[in-house]
Design a protein around this ligand. Sequence first.
Ligand SMILES: Cc1ncc(COP(=O)(O)O)c(C=O)c1O
Length: 365
Amino acid sequence: MNLTDLVNPHILSQPVYEPGRPIEDVARELGLNPGTIIKLASNENSLGTSPLALNAMRQALEGAALYPDGGCIQLRARLATRHDLASDQIVVGNGSNELLELLGHVFLRPGDEVLMGTPAFIVYKLVTLLFGATPVEVPLCDHVHDLSAMAAAVTDRTKMIFLPSPNNPTGTTNEASEMINWVRSLPENIVVIIDEAYAEYLDKEPDWSDLLAAGRPLVILRTFSKIFGLAALRVGYGRMNSELAGLLQRSRQPFNVNAVAQAGALAALDDHDWIQRCRQTNREGLEQLELGLADLGLPFVPSVGNFVLVKVGDGKVLFSALQRVGVIVRPVGVYGLPEWVRITVGSAAQNERLLSALAEFRGAM
Ligand SMILES: Cc1ncc(COP(=O)(O)O)c(C=O)c1O
């Protein structure tokens, strides 16, 4: 029997997502002490997790024998209040990645075109391919999404459009008013997904309320993996109209978000001082990194997220060299940027260590 004869053919060519390398894995491979390794590869929160969330999650573990609340009732109610919406306009997922996949389940089929910028978060393309649809990639202009070019690329087959704001891996964003007018200008039969994984790092978050109220197929995604420091727990959510939310709810697994994650997310939302400290620490860290990179003469894209894209010559070579001294960054060849690496903003000490290592390898770049 040949297994490949049984498989849905598009799965054979489906690319595999390459995550940032885990600390333990690098430690094992290079014989390093995991405690000395720093990971600046996956845009996680350098301050860790909110103490309130940690406490709530420890308590939630006591109830591990019971299934979680499959409807995320409390969390959705809390998020609805936060965004001035009704609970049935919120869908919670196992990370915002799950919501991206659910959108594929609900909307995509072979023949559909899905518009996205390039480089932009790679999962948009992976989900598109997974459902046999066709990615249509529109190059960024000066590292920012080219909204007019994207609008011009719309065809009768365009089913979905992704716009990350801020974008990964560039750390850039479009003006809020420009994005809002752009969404308004798009045909109403296109599902528009605004991915705001890093929005909490912005000075001012865009206000989508009018557009959400207008009822068009629009989804605003957020995650608890970044500023809320819960990447390991996998929680993300989307805001949308209730009809669309109902369709996503039908397509998810019955208990897609575990109880510990729900408890952590609920508590993290209330830890305002801690979130404020994360925002401030990130601002300072970003400034430290950008000043250090400028001193080293390394070109970078000014960022509004918790990471920065840096031009280093050969991204893979630098990635390997940094790894050997216990610093994990992200090479971005998969984004068509072989000369660049993406570096997450760390603590002041981590940033300093990264900059010293870069200074050491500067000559070889
Ligand atoms: C732009 C963007 N969207 C979504 C995600 C996925 O986040 P989650 O951990 O919620 O699945 C990421 C993760 O890095 C991201 O950069």
